[in-house]
Design a protein around this ligand. Structure first.
Ligand SMILES: Nc1nc2c(c(=O)[nH]1)N[C@H]1C(S)=C(S)[C@@H](COP(=O)(O)O)O[C@H]1N2
Ligand SMILES: [Mo]
Length: 318
């Protein structure tokens, strides 16, 4: 077995690694776990899986054959600013969030607008397990076994009309239930959008579960988007509104920093973020001195999705 020791790693790579590592990863690498900033030896044991088990989940041919990250990695290293800006915050701060009852308000260019109860929306569909790679714009990645329904199947229930060129999504806006919304770190509610073609693509998923169980709060319960060929920020959590629009929506991150985050946000190793390269990624859970791996065009889904962008300049439309 070849173990890459620190001495074998070029200094450029070490500097790079340490810039991206956060406190938790460093402590984890040193064999120390933390809860809310306090070092706690009791959680050295892996956390138990929580949430109701989902029934009749079908395997999907769209799954990657890569080994999924652990339940612990997926549920304690999150981006979810409604529950804090630190990676460890959502697991702690979303603990008491109650995602039931839940309704999704549907509006815009469609023949069946209205308020849809979550259970009514989801129950007619077969649930699928989709193991997808997730590539965050911050140059880390995970492999996650989602359970969900193709977005196309859900959208068809709303009967979008020929004017529906885009789909806009909004997260719940309620600072009592989502305390991070009291701080103006983003212009709330979190918003995202897709072209109607991207929304109808068979890889695009509405996730309602993880590891065969209901979605944990920190991962976007009760229902969130998964677009595996785009940077993670497109995959909006806790969706409370869907609207069909003629004009291109402006997503929260695009509005906040338009020079850094575009509408498309397709994973692209050749187009750098203004402040860092997107050529490689750090797989979460692989350990402190594991080498980074190359990022793949469209996060490895190029065969399925590249044709959506023929003729589009991907440097301008980042
Ligand atoms: N509502 C909402 N959705 C969100 C975010 C957020 O802050 N708020 N963060 C995004 C980002 S940047 C990423 S990388 C993914 C992370 O999903 P995960 O925590 O389930 O891995 O969620 C995305 N969806
Ligand atoms: Mo992200």
């Amino acid at each position: 077995m070849l173990i890459k020791r620190p001495a074998d790693i070029p200094p450029s790579e070490i500097t790079d690694e340490f810039v991206y590592l956060n406190r938790r990863e460093l402590l984890k690498a040193a064999g120390i776990a933390t809860v809310g900033g306090l070092v706690s030896p009791s959680i050295l044991a892996a956390p138990e899986m929580t949430g109701k088990e989902l029934r009749d989940v079908q395997k999907s041919p769209f799954s990657t054959d890569q080994q999924p990250n652990s339940w612990s990695d997926i549920t304690t290293y999150n981006n979810y600013y409604e529950f804090g800006t630190g990676k460890e915050d959502p697991a702690v701060n979303a603990r008491n969030f109650n995602p039931r009852p839940w309704a999704i308000d549907v509006s815009g260019e469609c023949d069946k607008p209205g308020s849809y109860d979550y259970e009514d929306l989801v129950s007619p569909h077969t649930l699928e397990e989709r193991i997808y790679r997730l590539r965050c714009v911050e140059a880390w990645s995970m492999v996650i076994p989602w359970v969900g329904i193709p977005l196309a199947s859900i959208i068809k229930q709303f009967e979008p009309n020929s004017q529906a060129k885009y789909v806009r999504f909004k997260t719940l806006h309620d600072s009592k239930r989502m305390p991070g919304q009291r701080r103006r770190v983003l212009d709330w509610p979190y918003e995202e959008g897709l072209t109607i073609e991207e929304a109808m693509h068979p890889l695009t998923l509405m996730a309602v579960g993880l590891y065969g169980r209901e979605l944990p709060n920190q991962n976007g319960a009760p229902i969130r988007l998964i677009v595996p060929w785009k940077y993670g920020f497109k995959s909006i959590k806790a969706i409370a509104e869907i609207s069909f629009t003629r004009k291109r929506p402006r997503s929260s991150w695009e509005r906040a920093i338009p020079s850094e985050y575009g509408f498309y946000a397709n994973v692209n190793p050749e187009v750098s973020h203004p402040r860092w390269s997107q050529a490689r990624e750090r797989p979460i859970g692989a350990g402190l001195f594991a080498s980074k791996k190359p990022t793949l065009m469209f996060n490895g889904y190029a065969d399925q999705v590249a044709s959506l962008y023929t003729g589009l300049d991907l440097r301008k439309n980042f």
